[in-house]
Design a binder for this molecule. Structure first.
Ligand SMILES: *Cc1c(COP(=O)(O)O)cnc(C)c1O
Length: 221
């Protein structure tokens, strides 16, 4: 399936300057990524460590790679040298490992904490109390920067439900913005995918993660 560059331009036009578009390229070939790269896209999102490492090796080095899938602690080391933003931090243990690997490479890795908002959908993410706890416990981790929150809404035709999930994310985002810690600078609210990004924008998203509208449907998630 060809890359939908018309959709790309259309979406870019809909986003105001403070909203970042992450092109979710998981399962898609490098040619497809280059096609968007050549018309100016630099931020790409991937869900699988090996696939990301391979693509990083093959593609231009000024691409900003976002890791958005479930990340196992033992695989952090493979992406730590180059990843730009890990959006799917779902435990303190994972954050500690990211810190350790970042330290090895003498860098700081930006992270988003993933809120589990869609009750029936995904097993991953933390509830509000866990997020507060993680922020509290992570003060001594000097090689990470907690930059915000990520969430995936329910996959449902019930739009009110989706809207309420986005509102929940936005409320927690505003709450943790008030926290003052040296490694916690909350500015990113990553919510909205192909099916629901317009609603996410209405509810205050400043980072949307769009895959199938740009690259076509995938055979696996
Ligand atoms: C796959 C994925 C997306 C993109 O989904 P589309 O519906 O194809 O836009 C966004 N966020 C996460 C976390 C994903 O896993």
């Amino acid at each position: 399936m060809p890359v939908n560059t018309d959709a790309y331009h259309k979406i870019k036009n809909e986003l105001n300057e403070c909203v970042h578009l992450i092109a979710v390229s998981k399962t898609k070939p490098e040619e497809d990524i280059l096609e968007l790269y050549n018309i100016g896209q630099r931020d790409f999102g991937e869900n699988y460590v090996q696939e990301l490492v391979d693509k990083y090796g093959q593609l231009p080095k000024d691409i900003q790679w976002h890791f958005i899938g479930h990340l196992q602690s033992n695989k952090v080391k493979y992406i730590a040298p180059f990843v730009s933003l890990i959006q799917s931090v779902d435990s303190f243990r994972l954050l500690r490992e990211i810190n350790k690997q970042a330290q090895k490479h003498q860098r700081k890795i930006n992270c988003l904490l993933q809120l589990h908002i869609a009750i029936e959908e995904s097993k991953f993410g933390m509830d509000k109390d866990e997020i507060m706890q993680v922020i509290n416990d992570s003060e001594s981790l000097l090689n990470i920067n907690i930059s915000g929150l990520m969430g995936m809404a329910s996959f449902t035709p019930d739009l009110e439900k989706v809207r309420n999930e986005f509102k929940t994310l936005k409320m927690l985002f505003q709450e943790i913005q008030k926290i003052k810690k040296s490694n916690c600078n909350i500015s990113i609210l990553s919510m909205g995918m192909s099916a629901d990004y317009k609603m996410a924008l209405e509810e205050g998203s400043n980072m949307v993660r769009i895959g199938s509208l740009l690259f076509g449907e995938r055979t696996k998630l």
